[in-house]
Design a protein around this ligand. Structure first.
Ligand SMILES: NC(=O)c1ccc[n+]([C@@H]2O[C@H](COP(=O)([O-])OP(=O)(O)OC[C@H]3O[C@@H](n4cnc5c(N)ncnc54)[C@H](OP(=O)(O)O)[C@@H]3O)[C@@H](O)[C@H]2O)c1
Length: 286
């Protein structure tokens, strides 16, 4: 019988990457596609399971149906007791292991939701692996993409702060590797990074080597950023997430660079240059 993997966030960036890599395994698992609404099409070996962090009744049935759970915190959900305690209790009740998508540096700040979720999982003695990735390259092609395409600019309160850039595909590949062979990794906190720490200014400079119409990086203060994004219709909650992600690194040390991806996948992480070249092709088509 196939191993059953419950994938929360299955329609999102990391969920989709995990599903692509799970399907490439020699013995692909059955994927329980856990989102609020059924997808238009389901991948091979997948079954849809209704799953809503805001509806605890969907949670217990979904966890019970799985052998292992990939848990992700949707960016807009910050109330850990309300949205994640029911999941962790279900994991404990049904004795299911979890691979939790956290964030690099989660251990340093007790106030961020990922830190609270990690502690909740540990306190409930649920077997776990925490994945702590750095800054997604795909932020450029998702949350920042509209400004890049329509105005050829990136507006952020990030100053000259350096970010470590990781490709979401590499996170999906690591998640699939760990879920397929959980026991040797149980209890590990894997910090997943790309090869380079670079500021937005440096990233834009590199990108401009590949694009015809240059892109500008404009660093703004948090208040200006807030009103800029409100004018664009972004919710207050999401602006707060963006502020935390881009403003705080100005006051922190540069991210640590780890060899975890090389160690687990036996190949280097994807380089930012490679990603920027590929993305430049998409920009030329606009
Ligand atoms: N961006 C970064 O640089 C970065 C770096 C490190 C860590 N992270 C962490 O990565 C996570 C985000 O991953 P991602 O980019 O893959 O997310 P994403 O693309 O925004 O996808 C969010 C997923 O959550 C699902 N979802 C939203 N609300 C839900 C609800 N109430 N119940 C059930 N499912 C719900 C969505 O599905 P439906 O809407 O279809 O239901 C979707 O599949 C966050 O925890 C973030 O902190 C991000």
């Amino acid at each position: 019988m196939r191993n059953k993997w419950l994938i929360t966030g299955a329609s999102g960036n990391v969920g989709q990457a995990l599903i692509r890599h799970a399907q490439q395994l020699d013995d692909p698992p059955e994927l329980l596609f856990a989102t609020r609404k059924p997808p238009a099409t389901l991948p091979e070996y997948a079954t849809y399971l209704p799953f809503d962090f805001a509806a605890p009744t969907t949670i217990d049935a979904a966890v019970a149906a799985a052998d292992i759970v990939f848990l992700l915190r949707p960016p807009q959900l910050a109330d850990v007791d309300r949205y994640f305690l029911p999941v962790v209790e279900a994991l404990q009740r049904h004795q299911k292991p979890v691979v939790f998508l956290s964030v690099q540096g989660a251990e340093r700040s007790k106030v961020i939701p990922h830190n609270k979720i990690e502690r909740l999982i540990e306190a409930h003695n649920v077997p776990y692996v925490f994945l702590r990735p750095s800054y997604f390259m795909q932020n450029l092609t998702t949350t920042l993409w509209d400004d890049i395409v329509t105005q050829r600019k990136i507006v952020l309160p990030a100053g000259k702060a350096k970010f470590n850039w990781i490709d979401v595909e590499d996170i999906g590949a690591v998640a699939a590797t760990v879920m397929a062979n959980f026991d040797p990794y149980a209890g590990q906190k894997l910090v997943l990074t790309g090869q380079e720490n670079l500021s937005f200014g440096a990233v834009v400079q590199r990108w401009n080597n590949h694009v015809a119409t240059p892109i500008r990086y404009q660093s703004v203060n948090p208040v200006r950023f807030y009103f800029y994004k409100r004018k664009q219709g972004m919710t207050k909650g999401f602006i707060t997430v963006m502020l935390l992600l881009h403003f705080l690194p100005r006051f922190q040390q540069e991210p640590e660079i780890t060899s975890t991806i090389q160690d687990l996948l036996h190949r280097p992480p994807r380089s930012l240059d490679d990603f920027l070249q590929d993305t430049a092709k998409r920009l030329h088509q606009r």
